[in-house]
Ligand binder design. Structure first.
Ligand SMILES: Cc1ncc(COP(=O)(O)O)c(C=O)c1O
Length: 400
């Protein structure tokens, strides 16, 4: 008999975390491995943010805060939403949790009844389906295509909605594809959603500040004010401020939803670390100058990776609008033989052989719900990316 609960048996361990763990293990064994699996910026947390945390410790800000976040951070989040997104929230409409991930989980657990459906465009961030399943809901996937820029089309959204649909989860810019929705595209999706008042919208804006070629960020509640009362605008400091380890995520939404999420967090994790919350106050209120500088560095890396991958035999790599991922198709390799002699039956076989043969760790598309692709995180130095892409080119050239 398994120790696992029925709810836990419905889910898988995170496959992106598994890839990083496998790469680390191979490195420990002395192998020369480049890991392009992790979804975190290689930059350090800026000094002003670190200093704010040190000051918080010195000032004794080391006690419990309100379970769903301290008022100072809620005020900073209200300021951020107003300044950057033109969205008006009161502090009673803000939820703070230990990371963006728990914000999403709290929203789902607080609202889903058994059998409720959640529309998730594929490819998706690995955690959405499993969080929905844990919360008792049913993920309803809508596949997108590379030809459509991996973006959900209004017709496909319309077709996926049923009377049981509770949420649409929309992530822009996207992990794993880097695709971002323009204001016009969000307006078109909004027109569909307005016809279905039972559907709530969870927008995951984690990669808001990582957009290239002048692409302008837009979010659902801003573009479609009529949907404000059923939209949870979720974001966090992890990616924009290089604070993945600090664990602070936040969201703005209608008061009844935020109250329900507050009830949930009060009986589970309670507040995010008080010191990290003070650091996040400084992140949101302090200087923002390094954000576009870092985005420029990411843009250069994106261009390098896209160009080198498109020179690899059998790969095709679209150029995404944002985030720090690319999602190349490996269709041209499927059915062929790897240098080891193994047949590349699917994208999982491709990434396994790439890791074994050339020591490059990437994540297969099946983990994100759309094959045959793989995801590369380019949140690492140009030198490492050049080396990794040269190895990928060598691997592809040797596939027969
Ligand atoms: C799309 C997306 N949403 C949410 C998160 C979670 O962020 P956090 O590290 O703050 O929990 C991630 C992290 O990888 C992500 O890629």
């Amino acid at each position: 008999m398994s120790i696992e609960s029925p709810a836990l048996r419905r889910i898988q361990p995170s496959q992106t975390i598994a890839v990083s763990a496998k790469a680390r293990e191979l490195k420990r064994q002395g192998r020369d491995v480049i890991s392009l699996g992790a979804g975190e910026p290689d930059f350090d947390t800026p000094d002003n943010i670190k200093e704010a945390a040190i000051k918080a410790i010195r000032d004794g800000k080391t006690k419990y805060t309100d379970p769903d976040g301290m008022i100072e951070l809620k005020e900073a989040v209200v300021g951020k939403f107003k300044r950057e997104n033109g969205l008006d929230y009161k502090t009673s409409q803000i939820h703070i949790a230990p990371g963006g991930k728990p914000v999403i989980y709290n929203a789902l657990v607080a609202t889903l009844a058994p059998g409720d459906e959640v529309v998730i465009p594929a490819p998706y961030w690995v955690s959405y389906p499993d969080m929905v399943l844990l919360a008792g809901g049913e993920p309803r996937f809508v596949e997108t295509t590379a030809a459509d820029g991996f973006k959900l089309k209004p017709e496909a959204l319309e077709a996926a909605i049923t009377p049981k649909t509770k949420w649409l989860i929309l992530n822009s810019p996207s992990n794993p594809t880097g695709a971002a929705y323009s204001a016009a595209e969000l307006a078109a999706l909004g027109a569909v959603l307005k016809r279905h008042p039972q559907v709530w919208i969870l927008t995951d804006d984690m990669y808001e500040h990582l957009l290239y070629d002048g692409f302008e960020f837009a979010t659902m509640a801003q573009v479609n004010p009529e949907l404000y009362d059923r939209t949870l605008t979720m974001n966090g400091v992890s990616k924009a401020y290089a604070m993945t380890g600090w664990r602070i995520g936040y969201a703005g939404g209608p008061e009844p939803l935020i109250k329900a999420m507050g009830k949930m967090i009060s009986q589970t994790t309670s507040n995010a670390c008080s010191i990290a919350q003070w650091a996040a106050v400084e992140a949101l209120n302090g200087t923002q100058g390094f954000i576009p500088e870092r985005a420029q560095a990411f843009e250069k890396r994106r261009d390098l990776v896209v160009s080198m991958l498109n020179q690899a035999k059998g790969l095709h790599c679209p150029k995404p609008e944002g985030a720090f991922y690319v999602y190349p198709s490996c269709e041209g390799l499927i059915g062929k033989r790897a240098p080891s002699g193994k047949v590349l039956e699917n994208d999982e076989a491709v990434v396994t052989e790439l890791l074994e043969g050339e020591g490059v760790a990437v994540v297969h598309g099946a983990a994100f719900g759309l094959s045959p692709f793989f995801r590369i995180s380019y949140a690492t130095s140009t030198e490492v990316l050049e080396d990794a892409c040269a190895r990928i080119q060598r691997f592809c050239a040797a596939v027969d």
